[in-house]
Ligand binder design. Sequence first.
Ligand code: HEC
Ligand code: HEC
Length: 466
Amino acid sequence: MREEQKKTIKERYEQSLQKGERFWPDSIFKDVLMALAIFVLLLMLATFVGVPVEPKADPSDSSYVPRPEWYFLFLFKFLALYGQIPLLGKVEWLATVLIPVIYLGALTLLPFIDRSPNRYYGKRVFAIGIMAIMVTSMVSLTFISDVPTTSTDAVYLPGLLQTLGGLVVPLAGYFLLALMNFAFKKAPAKAMIWTTAVTVLLMIGLTAGTVALAPILETVEVEVADTLEEQIVAGQDLYSVHCVECHGDDGSVTVIEGVEGLEGTQVMAINGRDVLYTLNDDSMAEVIAYGRPDAGMNPFGRAYNPEGLTKSEIDYIVIFMRYAWDDRYEMPPMEPLFPALAEGEAPSYEVHIAPIVKRYCVSCHRAGKDNLNYLMTTYEEVLTSGDHADQNIIAGDPQSFLLLTIQEQTIPDPETGEEMIGVMPPKKALSADIVDVFLRWIMNGMPETAGEAGALSTMPAATATP
Ligand code: HEC
Ligand code: HEC
C-alpha cells in the first residue's frame, strides 16, 4: 500500500471517530436489543410453527437413510453430482473433505488474498465474482436437492441439466475468473463482470429448468389425480397392490399370514391412532419410501428401488390412509367397489371381479410372488394359472378351490391330508356380498364382459336394464 493512500485512510478514520458513537454502551445496547428480538422470534417459531418430526428413531434399524438439514442440502447434492464424475467420483474423500475444506479455506483466506484497500465494488471484481458464483451455486444446489440425480431412463434431461448447472458451469466460471485475474497484469474488469454475469444467469436458468422438468417427468407415468376422490381411489389401488399382503385391506393386520418369510411376524395395526397420530404426512411418506427393511417391509420409494413408487404415488397412499382410517378426516362419498347385483343378475369379470381381485388378492397373486404360482392380474391368469389351475375355478362347480377358500375352508392335500391351501385371503374373511359375487360368477361360467354377463342373467324382464 502506498504511504499517501495510508494517510488518507487514516484521516478518514479519525474523522469518523469524531462523529461516531461509542462502542460501550451505545453499540452494545443495539446488539443486545437485536439479539433479544431474534431470540424471541426463534422461540415463537419453535412454539407455534415447529419442525415436523420423523418417525421415532429405531436404533436397530440399519436401513435408515438420513437426510441433512436444509442448510446442508447443497453439500448433499454436490456429493451426488460429484459421484457421477468418472474415476474421480469414486474418490469420496475428495468431495466430502478436501473440496469443502478448500471452499471454506478460500472464503476464510479471501480477505488475506484480496488485500485491496478499495471498498468500491468496481475495483473488487474478482472477489465479488467468485463470491457471486459460490452463493448462486449453494442456492441452486439447495433448490435441486430433491430432484433425483440419476434415473433408469436412457435419456434423463433433469440429470443432464443438474450436472451442467451444478458442476460444469460454475467450475468454468471460477476457472475463467482466476485466469483473467492472475494471467494479466491488470485484470480486465469488464470481461470479468461479463463472465460472472453469464455464469450466474446460466446457473439460474439451468436450475429453473431442472426444477420445472422434474415434476413433469414424475407425473408422466402416473395418471394425474386432481380431485380428492381421484387421489383417494389412486391411493387405495396402490395400497391394494403393494400393502394388502402384509397389512390387510383395512390396515388392521397384527400378525402377518400367507407371506413367505414373514409368516407369523407381528406388526402394528396401521389403521389406528398409534400410527396415524404419531406419523405426520411427511413421516408416513418416509416410512413408505424407506420401508422398514429390518422388519421385512422393503423400501417402496423410487430412490431406493428402481421399480418403486413415485413421490406422488406415495402421497396418494398417504391420502388414502388418512381418509379411510384417520378419525380426524372425513371420507367423501365414494363410488362402491362394484355395482350391487340384482336378483338373478350374473356378474362379469370386467365390472365386478376385476376390482374385487385387485383390492383383495392381487397383492399376493402377481408376478414375483410364489403363492402356488397363482397370478390374478388378468382374466386369463385368473382362469388358467396356478398349480391347481384345473381345480381352482370350474364353471358351475361350487366345490371350486377358489370358492371353498374364500368361504373359510382349507383344502387338504389328497395324499397326506395336510393343509395344502389355506383360507383366502389368509387374514380376514371377505364380506358376504363379495363371496356372493364370486359364487354367481363361477356358477354362471365366468363371463368376461358385461355383455356376456347380461346374456346369462336370468332377471325378471321388468327389472332388466335395457
Ligand atoms: C412384506 C410385508 C409388508 C408390506 C408389503 C408392507 N409393509 Fe408396512 N410394515 C411391515 C412390517 C413388518 C412393519 C413393522 C411393523 C412394526 O414395527 O410393528 C411395517 C410397518 C409399517 C408402518 C408403521 C411404521 C411405524 O414405524 O410406525 C406403516 C405406516 C406401514 N408399514 C405402511 C405400509 C404401506 C403404506 C405399505 C404399502 C406401500 C406397506 N406398509 C407394505 C410389513 C410390510
Ligand atoms: C396375504 C397374501 C394372500 C392374499 C391377499 C391372497 N392369497 Fe391366495 N394364496 C396365498 C398363498 C400363500 C397361497 C398358497 C397356499 C397357502 O399357503 O395357503 C395362496 C393360494 C391361493 C389359491 C390356490 C392356487 C393354486 O393354484 O393352488 C387360490 C385359489 C387363492 N390363493 C385364491 C385367492 C383369492 C381369491 C384371493 C383374494 C380374495 C387371495 N387368494 C388372496 C396368499 C394370499
